[in-house]
Structures are given as C-alpha cells and as structure tokens.
Design a protein around this ligand. Sequence first.
Ligand code: HOZ
Length: 428
Amino acid sequence: MLYKRSSALFKDAQEVIPGGVNSPVRAFKGVGGTPIFAKSAKGAYVYDEDGNRYIDYINSWGPMLLGHAFKPVVEAVKAKAESGTSFGMPTAIETEIAELAVSMVPNIDKIRFVNSGTEACMSAIRLARGFTGKEKIIKFSGCYHGHSDAFLIAAGSGGATFGTPNSPGVTQGTAKDTLLADYNNLQNVEALITANPNEIAAIIIEPVAGNMGCIPPKYGFLEGLRTLCNSNGILLIFDEVMTGFRLAKGAAQELYNVDADIVCYGKVIGGGLPVGAFAARNEIMNFLAPVGPVYQAGTLSGNPLAMAAGLAMLKAINSDDSLFKRLEDKTLYLHKGMTQVLTEFNIDHTVNRVGSMISVHFHKDPVYDFETAVNGNNETFKAFFHSMLKQGIYIAPSSFETWFITDALSYEDLDETINAVRNFAKEL
Ligand code: HOZ
C-alpha cells in the first residue's frame, strides 16, 4: 500500500497541530509509523487520501454502529442544515430525541444533551457531588471517562497508550478526590469506602471497559457495586459512552440488569456528530440548573444538526429488533475465526468480547483488569497492527482500545479479516 499523500499531510499537520492530530491516539505513536489520513467512508469501509480501502474496526471510535455515511443520518443532517445550524434557543427536536432516548433506556426519567462523552462524565460527577454533598469519587484503573481533570488518573485509552495515565496539569487537590480501585475487584472498592467513611459521592465505571481493550465485568461485579452504593449512600455512575445504544437498546444496564443512578452517553447517541448526554431519575436530574443548583451549560448543546443525526440513529436502532443479535453473531464469528487461527499458530492470545465490542490481547492468561491488560505483548501487537493495516484492515492503533463492530460488515469482510490474521500469523 502507498501512503505518500498521508505522509505529506501528516508532515504539514505537525507544523500547525500538536503531534499533527486533534486527539492523541490517532497519531500511531503507540504502534509506530505514520497515521493514515481519512478521505471518505461508506458502510464498513474507510478510504484514505492515497486511495487505499480499509475494512474499518474503529468506526470513528464507536459511533458508526450502522456503518459510515448511514443514509438516514446523512439525509437528516442535510435537511436540518437548510433551516439553520445553531440557535442557542430550545428546539423541538431536542424533546423528540430526549423522549425517544428515555423510552429506550430503563431507569431514566430525564436526559441532558452535551457535546461529548468527556462533558457528559465531567457533568455527571459534578451532579453527583452536588446531589450527595460529598466530594470524593472512585474510578477504576484503566477506565477512561474523557479528559477532564478528575479522570486523568490511572486513565486508559491514550493515557495508557502513551504511558501518561496521570497527566501533568491535574492539581494535587483534584487528584486527591479521585480514589482508584482495580476493575473487577469488589474487595478493593469496599476497602476504599471503609477508609473514606461518608466522603464518597460516586463510583464511576465503564460497565464494559473499552479503554484498556475490551474487558467484561466479572459475574456479580456490577451487582456488587450496586449493593455497596446502596448501603453507603453513594451514587453509581455508568459511563456508557462506548456501550450506550450499542450493546442493547438499554445498553449495559439492560444487559446486566443493574440500574445505575446516573448514566453517561456519547458516540452512538450522536450518529457521528458531536453529542454526549447524561441521564438519571427525576430526583437527581432536578438538581441541575435551571431547576436545581448544580450548574451546567453549553452554547452548542442540543445543536440541531447533532440532534437530527442522533435522532435518525436512535430511530433506526429502536425499529430494528434483530440488530443486536446480528451484531453479536458477526462479532462472535470474528472471535471464533481469530481464536482458531491464533491457536493453530501457537500465538499467545486472549480475545475478549461483549456484544459488538471485541479486542485481541497477546497474552495467554485472562485479561480482566488494567494490570492484566498491560501484560499483553506490545511488540506482537505492533506487528499485528501493521500487518493488518497493510492488508487493508484498520484496527485501533493501540492495544488499549476496543474494536467496534458495525452492522455494515458482511461475512465476506469478516472472512477477509480472519484471513489477514492468518497471514500475520504465518509471517510472525
Ligand atoms: N478517546 C478515544 C479512544 N477511546 C479516541 C478518540 C479519537 O481519537 O478520535
């Protein structure tokens, strides 16, 4: 494959944008080499500036559940743009998407739209602190809840990729209010609660972690957190930015039958436009301004183009009763195919999967928390990434990211991918 134009564009970009990218993991620093520049995308494929085609397993890091340039979304955005792109006034479409979202998800009465998953999680902890009158939060090592200060402590995603899970610029004052627990370790959480009596406002978690690869919650873990929260007056926040409207209509809350107190959304809910949201029952949401005292605002929040995209996306998901089964079947097919090849070639691996989230860890033992995720062989991952890229398969340029399966993928695409894994295994 030729990457001539991408290389030239990257060179120019580095002159005017830090690292040439507007979000660090895109820069390929974790795997080496030059990032490819996207030119267009349709369905399961993304095309770069040099004209190469890739089967896409990043899918804009999650939003493209139904494939790139999904027609209903594109048409809704085009139509909406004709009547103005932003007003800073309430619009009818905001209520329409809010009603639909609330009807699809168990356990929420009201939802507030923001512009990103980062904003959603940042606002959710402010709300939790305001509601409970307490200041500390518990987060899990390797989970990533966006880049607001309170979360850049043992953060997954780019933080883990670049070895900067604790970012400079976060004050000690902020850091001391974020307590860290190990994913899938209830005893750990219990000990933190005991050591900080009456001080913890919220526990925030990705109910299926996607920022240290894909890591499922162990049986009973989410239920255990729910019980601990109930008995200690702590709010449970599910960061469903990745899982929301992807794992089921009601996402992880529905899949695991555990109710969170506040749920954060992003990615799929915006159909590929910048949208985040957080939601809860009335009692909690009514603490938000202008009804309650906790302030949160945004000039572009509820932007009509973003709402039109999100609404078209949610309508398509809500009206398709076999969607989640199709996604699960495709992901399982890929899981089985890759496992078979890697086993045949004696390559140490663990493949984790929940619904349409999947990741390959080059390690023979189970991967269930950040420590076990870090144990993966990064040299093998790098070789894997570049081999797949050369063969036209675009996976996340970091072993600390989940892959996102889209409904646009055909079984031929999946076979092509499994075949590419076979070629990689032969070469290794
Ligand atoms: N935070 C995203 C990965 N978990 C990366 C977003 C991007 O680079 O577009």
